[in-house]
Write a protein that binds this ligand. Structure first.
Ligand SMILES: Cc1cc2nc3c(=O)[nH]c(=O)nc-3n(C[C@H](O)[C@H](O)[C@H](O)COP(=O)(O)O)c2cc1C
Length: 182
């Protein structure tokens, strides 16, 4: 039986480069079925303790968590906003985290980031690796793609051969983690 992975770009932009990277990257993982979701389908009022106390946790947060729990692995590419998560992702993350500990449910996880700049979203990627480790992810593979507009196109994916080779190594490592998971 093929494994199934939940994949998304952690951005709410309709032109998101991280959505484009997540879509292509998930197509490169062998022997998996991909559930590619759009964070815009999980838009909720900004998390507040008052809202939670008065109205409870929105169904969209519950649905997001169910999608994590029913997947075999996760593949996420993060937009970097001021060195951190996009507000769109942080809000889903905050709401979903209120449903109990170990949000990431011990799933093998491939975390990526890209940006138009040279750092390729390294700040948000480092935060993501650390937060995911702290909140119950399984083993984590990470990859950053700098200078997105120079190094990627939708037909061919990553076109810089050195970066492609690094990316392929990370894909094979992720596949191993997925196949080792019962
Ligand atoms: C509010 C805001 C803050 C940003 N902060 C950063 C940043 O700290 N580092 C960076 O490399 N790019 C930053 N950018 C540029 C983003 O990397 C760029 O917009 C990228 O396309 C976002 O990813 P997305 O297209 O997947 O949404 C920022 C963009 C916005 C709109």
């Amino acid at each position: 039986m093929p494994k199934n992975i939940l994949a998304f770009g952690a951005s709410n932009s309709s032109k998101s480069i991280n959505k484009r990277l997540a879509k292509w990257a998930s197509s490169q993982i062998e022997n998996v079925e991909v559930n590619l979701i759009d964070l815009n389908d999980f838009e909720m009022a900004i998390y507040s303790m008052d809202r939670e106390e008065n109205s409870g946790i929105p169904d969209k947060a519950k649905r997001f968590r169910e999608l994590i729990n029913s997947s075999d692995g996760l593949l996420i590419s993060f937009a970097e906003h001021n060195g951190g998560f996009s507000t769109a992702f942080k809000n889903v993350f905050d709401w979903a985290s209120r449903l109990g500990k170990d949000l990431w449910d011990n799933k093998p996880t491939m975390l990526m980031a890209t940006s138009p700049g040279k750092r390729g979203g390294m700040s948000v990627l480092n935060s993501a690796v650390s937060r995911f480790n702290f909140m119950g992810a399984g083993e984590i593979i990470s990859f950053s793609l700098p200078l997105f507009n120079n190094n990627f196109n939708d037909q061919n994916g990553i076109i810089n051969q050195e970066l492609l080779s690094l990316f392929n190594d990370q894909c094979r490592a992720f596949e191993k983690l997925l196949s080792a998971k019962s």
